[in-house]
Each structure stands twice: as structure tokens, then as C-alpha cells.
Design a protein around this ligand. Structure first.
Ligand code: ATP
Ligand code: MG
Length: 421
């Protein structure tokens, strides 16, 4: 029997992890500039949380969750998205009572969805997301969107499209819902089973259906934009105004409907328009969720957030040919010849590392030539050669691999020498 990773998952090997670490650093730095603090929630939650918050007419809940019963007979689910858990934590830890509002949080880590595997779509993938809870100011919608755009841009992406829409408040959505049902009901038999189920529960989700996307009734469906009440319109205008003063270009797409049930007002997506990126181009999706906190047992607290697919950011970087981040460097490779020299090498390498100098040495008892080759392969900046003769003089030969120069340096002086050069 030979073992392979489960379908839809992948190993991220060391050459790749450098790219991941560089994106992760970028995310941490940018969030810190925006004053969003990291929150880490468990990989699994009570299934009920997702049913309640993501919504039972969504693809996620209907067919994508990894749900299992534990030995205590509890139904648990590997988290398919981040917002539900963050909002749960917000309520559980009474963050609504904290002195600084809104509460600005971010998370990053693996999410799990049972999906058909294809490029850019995995069963375990990494998502970065932010949530700002406790403010219904349209300026924070703009802040959240600008944070997402900044990350994409700082990741080196230039072929980006920002699309926004307003889903309106509860009142606007209710009157829109009525006319949607009227519109689809007579011909609902021509739609997939999911859409038939959605008709009464959440007809807005029909517009987001991937199976029936080309049905003629899709294009003629009543647009939410025509049903926005005055308040919702004003809110949307403000968001657009703030985005404009930030210098962010956007398109309004009245058909943009986000996949989760809990969105109100602002919805947005960031797409890659890079050639050769393939069919799945959404990098990030998010929006406002004014009813969610209350829905899962908290006080009335408006929120907004997004989820960004980190795997997809890396794919977009590849499609755009973004240069790789600088690989980690090796300051010194220590070549030791003979048992006494080896002992000294072990001591010296330890000392280098304690002093912030990256160092490595041979562990295969190889000849000098092979050790030099290793140093080369590892792109060592310097090689320190410890031979028996030099050892007796209390020194070693330090070779600068960039310009090829070499000189004898006393062991006592190597550290300060390296730090100087
Ligand atoms: P899609 O329409 O592609 O299925 P979605 O609406 O299900 O997306 P969200 O739930 O909004 O996606 O998740 C936010 C982001 O997470 C997506 O824009 C995407 O970048 C990423 N993402 C979602 N599902 C996957 C997956 N299975 N594999 C990799 N990345 C994913
Ligand atoms: Mg999906």
C-alpha cells in the first residue's frame, strides 16, 4: 500500500512555504497598520453554529461541510469559513463590552469544504479574513475593502477588479424577495433542485446558482438595486464616496450576491483579471452582516468582514509572474576537517546561531570538496574552513563566497568580523 494525500488536499513543501510565509508576514504587517488584531479559534465548532450563521440554503451547509459525530455524541464540523467562529467568540467573550469599539479582528488558517477538486478549489484551503464588529459607519466598510485591496496589491498583483453591490437592509430585501418569488415561481420546474428549495426560503440565492446561471430568467430577474429604500441607497452612496476619496477604483454589479445568508448592505468581491489564471478568479469576498451577531445570541451589533483565499493569491501571483520573495539566506557554512575540527565547528556554529548569524555544517562526514559543494548549493555567503593546522593557531580561514577573497581570522574575532562585513 502506498499513501497519498487525501483528494483536495496538498502538501506545501519547503520551496513553497517561503512564499506562504511571505504572504503571511504581509498580512500581519498590513493588519497591524490598520489596527486589526489576530484571533485564533478552533478548527471545529458545533455544527449548529454553521447551520445558524452560514444559513441552511447555502452550498456550504447543503453539501460542503465535513461533519462528524465525536465519541461524546456531539455533532461537530470542521470550519468551512471564518466569520461564524469569530462572531461566536465575540459573543462568548462579550467583546461588545470592550472599551474600544468597533472590535477589529483578523484570522488566518485552514478551512475545510467538501468540494469538487479543481485548480483554485481545494478541500482544505487557507483563508485570511477580517471582521469589524460594532459599527454601522459606511467608512468602516470602505476601510475593510481597502485593507483587502492593499493586501492584493502588496502581494504584487496588478490585474485586479473590485466589484461592489448593495443588498440593502432587511426591509429592502423583503420587498425584493417578494418580487423574486413572483418572477421565478411559474418556471421554477426548469431550475435545479437546489434552486427549487431556495425559492421560498431564500430566492436571492437563486441568482448565485452555478448550475442555472445561463437560464434566461436570470437576466430578467428583478434587481435588488431597484428595491433599495432611501436609507439603503444613502448608505451605499456613502461607501462609494469613501472608496473614491481613498483612490480605489470599483465597479458596481447589481447581480453580485454573496454566497452566505447573513449579508446586508455592502457586498464586494475582488477578482483577478490576469490572463491564464483560469476560470475561478475570485480572490476575496465579503460584506456587511448586520443581523448575524443577534442571530447567534449576542446583542444587536452590526459587522462587516471578508474572506480571502490565500491559495488563490499565490495562484494569481504565479499567473502574473510576480517574482519570488528573497529566499532565506545562509550567512556561514562551516567546513570541518578531522575530529578536532568538527568539535570546534559544533561549538562555533552554536555560537553563530546564538548571535543571530545563520549557520550550518556537514553531518555526513564528507570530504572537503563535498562540503564546499554543499555550501555552494545552499548559497552560503561565507565559508569558514577549520583545518587542523589553523586550529592549533586558534584561527580558521574565512572565505567570502561573493567576491572569492579569503583570510585567516582568529576564532575570538570571527563574530565581530562577520558583523562588520
Ligand atoms: P466560490 O464562488 O469560488 O465557491 P465562495 O463564495 O464559496 O467562492 P467564500 O465563502 O466567499 O467563497 O470564501 C472567500 C474566499 O475563499 C473565496 O473568494 C476564495 O478565494 C476562497 N475559497 C473559497 N472556497 C475555496 C476552496 N474550496 N478552495 C480554495 N479557496 C477557496
Ligand atoms: Mg463556494
Amino acid at each position: 500500500m502506498s499513501y497519498q494525500v487525501p483528494r483536495g488536499t496538498k502538501d506545501i513543501l519547503p520551496v513553497e512555504t517561503e512564499k506562504w510565509q511571505s504572504i503571511e508576514r504581509l498580512i500581519q504587517e498590513t493588519c497591524s497598520l490598520y489596527q486589526y488584531k489576530e484571533i485564533r479559534t478552533p478548527m471545529f465548532e458545533h455544527t449548529e453554529l454553521f447551520l445558524r450563521s452560514v444559513g441552511d440554503t447555502t452550498d456550504i451547509v447543503q453539501k460542503e461541510m465535513y461533519t462528524f459525530t465525536d465519541r461524546g455524541d456531539r455533532s461537530l464540523t470542521l470550519r468551512p469559513e471564518g466569520t461564524a467562529a469569530v462572531v461566536r467568540a465575540y459573543v462568548e467573550h462579550k467583546m461588545f463590552g470592550m472599551p474600544d469599539q468597533p472590535v477589529k479582528l483578523y484570522y488566518m488558517g485552514p478551512m475545510f469544504r467538501y468540494e469538487r477538486q479543481q485548480a483554485g478549489r481545494y478541500r482544505q484551503f487557507s483563508q485570511f479574513g477580517v471582521e469589524a464588529i460594532g459599527s454601522a459607519d459606511p467608512a468602516i466598510d470602505a476601510e475593510v475593502i481597502s485593507l483587502a485591496m492593499d493586501i492584493c496589491k502588496k502581494a504584487g498583483l496588478t490585474s485586479l477588479k473590485l466589484v461592489i453591490n448593495s443588498l440593502g437592509d432587511a426591509e429592502s430585501r423583503a420587498s425584493h424577495k417578494e418580487s423574486l418569488v413572483e418572477h421565478f415561481k411559474p418556471s421554477i420546474g426548469e431550475f435545479c433542485q437546489d434552486c427549487q428549495n431556495r425559492l421560498e426560503k431564500n430566492p436571492l440565492r437563486i441568482l448565485d446558482c452555478k448550475v442555472d446561471r445561463n437560464h434566461p430568467l436570470m437576466n430578467t430577474a428583478p434587481a435588488l438595486s431597484d428595491y433599495l429604500n432611501e436609507e439603503s441607497k444613502q448608505y451605499f452612496d456613502k461607501v462609494k464616496e469613501y472608496l473614491t476619496v481613498m483612490g480605489l477604483k470599483f465597479e458596481v454589479d447589481v447581480n453580485l450576491v454573496r454566497g452566505l445568508d447573513y449579508y446586508t448592505h455592502t457586498a464586494f468581491e475582488i477578482m483577478s483579471t490576469a490572463e491564464g489564471f483560469g476560470a475561478i478568479t475570485t480572490l476575496c469576498g465579503g460584506g456587511r452582516y448586520n443581523g448575524l451577531v443577534e442571530n447567534i445570541g449576542g446583542p444587536t451589533a452590526p459587522g462587516i468582514g471578508f474572506g480571502m483565499g490565500v491559495d488563490r493569491i499565490l495562484l494569481a501571483q504565479e499567473a502574473e509572474g510576480v517574482p519570488l520573495p528573497k529566499l532565506s539566506t545562509l550567512n556561514v557554512y562551516v567546513v570541518a576537517l578531522g575530529e578536532e575540527a568538527k568539535k570546534k565547528a559544533v561549538e562555533v556554529v552554536r555560537n553563530f546561531r546564538l548571535n543571530g548569524i545563520s549557520a550550518d555544517l556537514d553531518y555526513l562526514d564528507r570530504k572537503m570538496k563535498a562540503q564546499m559543494k554543499s555550501a555552494d548549493r545552499l548559497s552560503a555567503e561565507n565559508v569558514l574552513i577549520i583545518g587542523e593546522e589553523e586550529l592549533n593557531e586558534g584561527c580558521a580561514v574565512l572565505k567570502n563566497m561573493t567576491d572569492g577573497t579569503q583570510q585567516k581570522v582568529l576564532f575570538d574575532e570571527i563574530l565581530s568580523f562577520l558583523k562588520r562585513n
